[in-house]
Design a protein around this ligand. Structure first.
Ligand SMILES: C[S@@+](CC[C@H](N)C(=O)[O-])C[C@H]1O[C@@H](n2cnc3c(N)ncnc32)[C@H](O)[C@@H]1O
Length: 423
């Protein structure tokens, strides 16, 4: 299977799929046929393939003729589509901690990358399980694969010994030292990615300074590099042309470092509700200048416990609602906009949230962006996305992540969502 996938030999792959799983992995590299089919396109480009792209596909009586003479990228796209249609797992990891889509992205193979993103969206919608803000294909991958394995019966990931090992010939049972090191790196990445639960976080002792908030396990809760994002968010939620008297009514979930609340304050809100659950952050909020500002209402506790009362009370709606919590799964964000944004947002109001879903891996980020947009639509909310450049390399150079357990952000571009009711 691996060799046929590498050659994009469609007839052979099709025939092998009748008796084999598409999720075999090379024992040493952990690459699946999807990884291999994509890797084999290294050096290919749309231009190289463009002239004849698809041109030689001819159909006679419904049969595809001469598949082997198609341009490489076309053949590759057909091969990975075929593998996916036959149950190939879209986000399995190789020893380099890369999914097939990560490889397509790294090699600049845009058309193949898009196929992998769409496969991810389909899988996530099917399994309805965006399990965390921070992980996809990392700590969560076992779970994700578990689900997909269930769907596929016994034919989940299978490691076969017959495959060619790129790294050279080794004696039976012997492992190349670099592979041992790579595995260790993968294991380390997986271990670091185990997400903290909301309960653990809310009970943990925080380290708070002017630059960041870390939890007990040194997970980054909030960092000052997000200031630009918070500022742009408030500008888009409350466009200055709409500044009026009385000032806007705003609701923010998650005070953190108070950055977004300071920007909200600069718009002289007539009403500014803040919900915060962590005792240390509440203390910081109560001692901040914001606490004594007119119109500020501090709700101490989890939004899940506070909002039902606010909705039942029925006396207030908001022009802008922002949501940015920590250690909560995607299902909580979804619950928030399905239940509470609908109930609490003014008909002309705007809703935003910190879009950090899957932000340690480009393909996860792109998949989540599409899935969340579809869920927002289901809630009756249209979403515009605004691009904010993030200089990840500079952050790295300046040691921004020093002392932080794992980078929760590793991308060059933040997609800032602003939603409003359709129509
Ligand atoms: C990322 S920080 C928010 C940062 C904020 N946007 C800013 O500009 O500084 C997340 C905050 O949400 C709070 N939080 C986490 N879970 C919560 C919950 N269920 N209800 C209310 N607040 C919560 C955390 O304690 C933390 O202060």
């Amino acid at each position: 299977m691996a060799l046929s996938a590498k050659d994009h030999n469609l007839p052979t792959v099709r025939s092998l799929l009748k008796s084999q799983t598409p999720n075999v992995q090379e024992p040493s590299t952990l690459r699946t046929p999807l990884h291999i089919a994509i890797l084999a396109c290294e050096g290919q480009s749309a231009e190289l393939n463009g002239a004849t792209n698809g041109a030689s596909v001819s159909h006679a009586n419904g049969a595809v003729v001469d598949e082997l003479s198609l341009p490489v990228l076309t053949k590759a796209e057909k091969t990975i589509t075929l593998l996916l249609q036959n149950g190939a797992i879209w986000n399995s990891l190789d020893v380099n901690n890369e999914t097939p889509g990560c490889i397509a992205y790294r090699l600049g193979l845009t058309s193949l990358y898009e196929v992998m993103v769409d496969a991810g969206v389909r899988a996530e919608l099917l399994f309805g399980r965006l399990d965390g803000y921070m992980t996809l294909g990392d700590g969560d991958s076992e779970d994700e694969n578990d689900d997909e394995d269930e769907e596929m019966g016994e034919s989940g990931v299978e490691i076969v010994e017959e495959l060619v090992v790129d790294e050279g010939k080794l004696e039976d049972g012997e492992e190349a030292p670099q592979l041992v090191a790579e595995r260790t790196a993968l294991e380390k990445a997986e271990e670091e990615a185990i997400p903290v639960t909301s309960e653990e976080y809310l009970n943990s002792k925080l380290e708070i300074d002017d630059e960041r908030i870390l939890d007990e396990d040194k997970n980054g809760v909030m960092m000052s590099w997000e200031t630009e994002i918070m500022s742009r968010t408030v500008n888009l939620l409350l466009p200055s042309t709409e500044s009026s008297t009385p000032g806007p009514k705003v609701l923010n979930i998650g005070y953190g470092m108070g950055i977004v609340d300071s920007f909200f304050q600069s718009r002289n809100p007539s009403s500014h509700h803040i919900i915060e659950a962590h005792p240390q952050v509440i203390e910081k909020l109560e001692n901040s200048p914001i606490a004594s500002k007119q119109g500020v209402v501090i709700h101490k506790g989890r939004w899940q416990d506070i909002l039902p009362g606010l909705v039942e009370d029925g006396t207030i709606t908001f022009d802008a609602i922002y949501f940015d919590t920590f250690a909560e799964d995607y299902d909580q964000l979804k619950l928030f906009f399905m239940e509470y944004v609908i109930a609490l947002l003014e008909p002309t109001g705007k809703f935003g949230f910190f879009n950090g879903l899957g932000a340690d891996r480009q393909i996860a980020y792109d998949v989540y962006k599409k899935v969340v947009e579809m869920d927002l639509l289901e809630a009756g909310l249209d979403t515009e996305w605004h691009e904010v450049k993030v200089d990840s390399k500079k952050m790295e150079g300046e040691g921004e992540w020093k002392g932080v357990r794992r980078k929760y952000w590793d991308l060059e571009r933040y997609w800032l969502p602003i939603s409003n009711f359709m129509g």
